[in-house]
Design a protein around this ligand. Structure first.
Ligand code: ADP
Ligand code: XUL
Length: 525
């Protein structure tokens, strides 16, 4: 049978079709910048005078949905054969509607969807996960909830700028009339599911946990946090649901425009990271995933919802049941690119610098690579510090610089993910930088774990298709993973045992340097 997965991410919308009988996969992506230039969002968000503000136009996502389904059809995919749809969205972003989709969503197939959604918006733009303008609201919510510990105990995370609750609070303060006129608030994931079904789709536990509003233990919005966030918020959110919930059927609009079968079931959409956990076949505890994208993330399934006492890591719902932990590092590819640019290194040179011209421990050369404000550890401003030999500190040793940025990232990832539990023996890697053998080598040595790339990209969209297949067809996860999430064993990297002692020695040194840096940083509140 055939299933469709969608992923509305920061820079593109991907649609991916799997055939569970033949193992065939076909996908198409619409990159917002080049395909929808009218939205003036080359990287998926609108320009803003205040660099802390990052918003997108939700209508860009609506238009992209039409475009990507059109692209699939043009590629010869028969959408009539699709037996179920699910998907994912970039986490934390929020969409504000003056009328609910239940009231408005009997979409006419004679008019483009974007023209039918435009009049529904009670707020023209959607704050996204990159927004960092809600520091005051985080502090207010935390105070009302009774402190950071209380926030973590209820929601699995401290109140964080990029999360949805603080975004909602800021809107309610900045424009109380428009907030008052908002009938329904969606995450990106539930918004896309609502477009697809023409019904108000609920938020799932996986993505809902990234709002600073969900009581993880109860699986319901926390009354205390609803009150702490904004007046009347309960009425604007549907109850959250388990990720495997059926939320409707594909709307007639898509049946008549793209040839879907009537009554094609739609399963709740989730966040892109929970969806990738499925797409990488990592929903059982024991295997961690490192995603090396614009930012780097590390996440893993957990049996019980362990929380990060330092407050950097987050807990989300695992779409296959239970929970997952996630650590997000803003200085991922962004920081590696800074070094590559500064020393004019191509990615091949960058890998060779690590593999051939330097060795574990980097002869004592070390870098704090915070080129942009960091989430883990929390640094509100850039901070780059060089330590070691004079030529390295003077910026005259390109090979050591390449190794230094990656060693610092991997060690910091190890330090900041320790709360998740047992150190992983196997780490699956994905994202643009997972092509780089030098980076994989350092990860293997620092974690003393086997590093395994997967064959398929687009793990979040694949997760959507697999979740639809699992819910509709009932195939066990393992069978689906064997078929669609097979590791690329040819590119597997195993740890060099000899480097273990070196890194055990360096880890506390880096930890101290991070501690010193944090001590120079003004307290958050
Ligand atoms: P996202 O989905 O977060 O937008 P991707 O997973 O597509 O990002 O990764 C894009 C990043 O991958 C680019 O910013 C680039 O820095 C990095 N990248 C691409 N190829 C390589 C490579 N061979 N080595 C290291 N980094 C790479
Ligand atoms: C996770 C996070 C990002 C977005 C990106 O907490 O903020 O990974 O989900 O799509």
């Amino acid at each position: 049978m055939r299933f469709l997965g969608l992923d509305s991410s920061t820079q593109s919308l991907t649609a991916l079709v799997i055939d569970t009988d033949t193992g065939e996969v076909i996908d198409r992506s619409v990159a917002f910048g080049p395909r929808l230039p009218g939205y003036k969002s080359p990287n998926g968000f609108l320009a803003s005078e205040d660099p802390r503000i990052k918003h997108s136009d939700p209508l860009m996502w609506v238009e992209a949905l039409d475009l990507v389904l059109g692209d699939l059809r043009a590629a010869g995919v028969d959408l009539r054969a699709i037996r179920g749809v699910s998907g994912a969205g970039q986490q934390h972003g929020s969409v504000y509607l003056g009328r609910t989709i239940d009231e408005a969503g009997a979409w006419s197939s004679r008019e483009p969807l974007v023209d039918q959604v435009r009049p529904l918006l009670s707020r023209k733009t959607a704050p996204i996960w990159m927004d960092a303008s809600t520091g005051a609201e985080c502090a207010e919510i935390t105070r009302a909830a009774g402190g950071d510990d209380k926030m973590v105990a209820i929601t699995g995370s401290v109140a964080i700028e990029r999360f949805t609750g603080p975004q909602i609070r800021k809107f309610s303060k900045d424009d109380p009339a428009a907030y008052e006129g908002t009938a329904e608030i969606h995450l990106v994931s539930s918004f896309i599911a609502s477009l697809l079904t023409g019904q108000s789709a609920p938020i799932d536990f996986g993505d809902g946990a990234g709002m600073n509003l969900l009581d993880l233990a109860a699986g319901a919005w926390s009354p205390q946090l609803l009150d702490a966030t904004a007046p009347g918020l309960k009425r604007k959110l549907k109850p959250a649901v388990p990720s495997a919930s059926y939320v409707g059927t594909v709307a007639d609009y898509f049946v008549s425009r793209y040839g879907f079968s009537p009554e094609t079931p739609v399963i709740a959409f989730t966040g892109d990271n929970p969806s990738s956990l499925v797409g990488m076949g990592a929903t059982e505890p024991g295997t961690a995933v490192v995603s090396l994208g614009t930012s780097d993330t590390m996440f893993a399934a957990m049996t019980a919802p362990r929380t990060d006492p330092k407050g950097y890591g987050n807990v989300f719902g695992n779409p296959a049941g239970g929970f997952m932990a996630l650590c997000c590092f803003s200085n991922g590819s962004l920081a590696r690119e800074e070094i590559a640019k500064k020393f004019s290194l191509g990615w091949e040179d960058f890998a060779a610098a690590i593999l051939e011209r330097t060795k574990p421990g980097n002869d004592g050369n070390m870098l704090l690579p915070y080129f942009v404000p960091e989430i883990s550890p929390r640094l509100p401003a850039p901070a780059v510090r060089w330590f070691g030999a004079p030529d390295f500190v003077a910026g005259k040793n390109p090979a050591a610089a390449a190794r230094a940025v990656v060693e610092a990232q991997a060690l910091s990832m190890r330090i900041h993910s320790a709360f998740i539990g047992e150190p992983p023996r196997r780490i699956l890697v994905t994202g643009g930088a997972s092509k780089n053998a030098g980076i994989l080598r350092v990860l293997a040595d620092v974690f003393q774990a086997e590093i395994v790339p997967l064959r398929v990209g687009n793990s979040s969209a694949l997760g959507g298709a697999l979740r639809a297949a699992q819910a509709v067809e009932g195939r066990p996860w393992n069978v689906l993973y064997t078929r669609f999430a097979a590791p690329d064993l040819d590119r597997r990297v195993t740890p060099d045992q000899g480097s273990k002692v070196t890194y055990e020695g360096i880890l506390p040194q880096l930890q101290d340097k991070i501690k010193d840096l944090l001590a120079q940083t003004p307290p958050r509140r």
